[in-house]
Design a protein around this ligand. Structure first.
Ligand code: SAH
Length: 346
C-alpha cells in the first residue's frame, strides 16, 4: 500500500490502482465505486472487498468526514444551507439549491478566504485549503437530501483559484464517468480574478463556466470593494477574460453585486458596457447582501434600470434570483455566526 495522499477521496482511479499494486486492478475500481457512487463512510462498509484489503486501506488512508453542525431549509424556495465541521474542526458552508432543471450544490474550497472583499462575510479570515476529497464530500453530503445532484457551483467560502490544484482535481473527480459524472458544462467556478491562475485554467480548456466577480466598472471603485483589484488592474483582467474566451470557446459570466450609491449609477452601467464590449459574456446582477452591514442593496427599480442600460448597449444581463434569503444563505454568514458562538463558548 502506497498512500500518495492519505485522503482517499482525493485520489483518481489510476492513483488508486497505483496505490494497491499487489491487488488486481478491478479492486481499485470497486473502491472508487464505493467512495464515489455508494457514499461509503468507512472501509468496513466495503463488503465485497477482501478483509485484508479493507484493513490495508484503513491503515494507509482515511475517508474525509463532514459533520453537520447546522442545516437550515428555506421555507420559501427549498434551498438547504449546511454548516459542516471537517475532521480537524474547521467549519465550511455548502448550499443545496433547487432549480427547474434539477439540483445544484454550492461548495466551499477553503475554510475562510484570503481575499478580503469588503462586502463578503468570509472576510480575510483564512484557516486552510480544503482537499479535493473535502470539497467532494460536501457534494455527497448535500446530495443525500435530493434525488440527484446535476450541477456544482464553486462559489462558497474561499477563492477556488487560490487553491488551484485541489479545485482542479475536485472538478476531475466530480466529472468522472465512474463517479458523480456531472457534465463539465454544469459546473461553474467563480473567481475574484487571479490572472495567472485564470491563464492556467484556460490552458486546460475545460468546458466549465467561468464566473468572474467584477462588481465595478473601473479600478477605483473596484479597489474599494476588492483588495485584489490593487494587484490586478481591470484592463489586464478583461484582457485575460478575452483570451480565456478565445481559448475555451466558452462564454464568461460576470458577477456584479449592486451596492446602493457605490457601483449602481447610470454612468457606471455605461462604463461597464464599454469595458465588456465585444466580449462573449453575460452579466449577472446580484442585489448586494448586507452580510457585513456597510453596503445597502440597490433597490429593485434602480437594479432594473441598470440592467436596461446594459441591455440597450448590447450586454446580455440577468438579475440573479436570490435563493435562501430567509436562511442567511449569503456567503460566509453561517460560518461567521458559528465562530462567534464557538468564541463565546470557550
Ligand atoms: N472567491 C470567489 C468565489 C466565492 S464568492 C469569488 O470571489 O468569486 C461567490 C460570489 O458571491 C462572488 O461573486 C462574491 O463576490 C459574491 N458575494 C460575496 N459576498 C456577497 C454579498 N454580501 N452580496 C452579494 N454577493 C456577494
Amino acid at each position: 500500500m502506497h498512500p500518495i495522499n492519505p485522503d482517499i477521496l482525493s485520489l483518481t482511479l489510476p492513483e488508486l490502482e497505483a496505490a494497491m499494486p499487489q491487488h488486481p486492478k478491478f479492486r481499485a475500481g470497486q473502491v472508487f465505486d464505493w467512495l464515489h457512487r455508494r457514499g461509503a463512510q468507512s472501509f468496513a462498509d466495503m463488503n465485497n472487498l477482501p478483509k485484508t484489503l479493507r484493513d490495508e486501506l484503513s491503515q494507509a488512508f482515511y475517508i474525509p468526514k463532514v459533520e453537520t453542525v447546522k442545516k437550515l431549509k428555506s421555507k420559501t424556495d427549498g434551498t438547504v444551507k449546511y454548516l459542516f465541521r471537517l475532521g480537524d474542526g474547521v467549519l465550511v458552508e455548502s448550499v443545496l439549491m433547487e432549480y427547474s432543471h434539477g439540483h445544484s450544490v454550492c461548495v466551499s474550497t477553503q475554510a475562510g478566504c484570503k481575499m478580503g472583499c469588503t462586502f463578503c462575510a468570509s472576510g480575510a479570515d483564512f484557516a486552510r485549503d480544503l482537499t479535493p476529497g473535502e470539497i467532494l464530500r460536501q457534494v455527497y453530503a448535500a446530495g443525500q437530501d435530493c434525488p440527484r445532484v446535476g450541477g456544482v457551483v464553486i462559489m462558497g467560502c474561499g477563492e477556488p483559484l487560490d487553491n488551484f490544484a485541489n479545485t482542479m482535481r475536485f472538478i476531475e473527480l466530480a466529472t468522472h464517468p465512474k463517479g458523480l459524472n456531472i457534465g463539465a458544462r454544469h459546473i461553474t467556478l467563480s473567481t475574484c480574478g487571479l490572472i495567472p491562475q485564470m491563464q492556467a485554467l484556460a490552458a486546460h480548456r475545460l468546458q466549465i463556466t467561468l464566473a468572474v466577480s467584477l462588481h465595478a466598472p473601473n479600478d477605483q471603485t473596484r479597489q474599494q470593494l476588492m483588495p485584489i483589484a490593487k494587484t490586478y488592474p481591470l484592463k489586464d483582467l478583461i484582457k485575460t477574460c478575452r483570451e480565456y474566451v478565445n481559448k475555451t470557446n466558452r462564454r464568461i459570466t460576470f458577477e456584479y453585486a449592486l451596492a446602493k450609491g457605490i457601483n449602481d449609477s447610470h454612468t457606471q452601467a455605461k462604463e461597464l458596457a464599454s469595458l465588456l464590449k465585444g466580449l462573449n459574456c453575460h452579466v449577472n446582477l446580484i442585489p448586494i447582501n448586507q452580510a457585513r452591514g456597510q453596503f445597502q442593496p440597490t433597490p429593485k427599480k434602480e437594479t432594473t434600470a441598470f440592467q436596461e442600460t446594459l441591455t440597450a448597449l448590447g450586454i446580455q444581463t440577468t438579475i440573479r434570483r436570490s435563493l435562501g434569503g430567509d436562511i442567511e444563505a449569503a456567503c460566509g454568514q453561517l460560518r461567521a455566526g458559528q465562530q462567534e458562538m464557538d468564541n463565546l463558548n470557550c
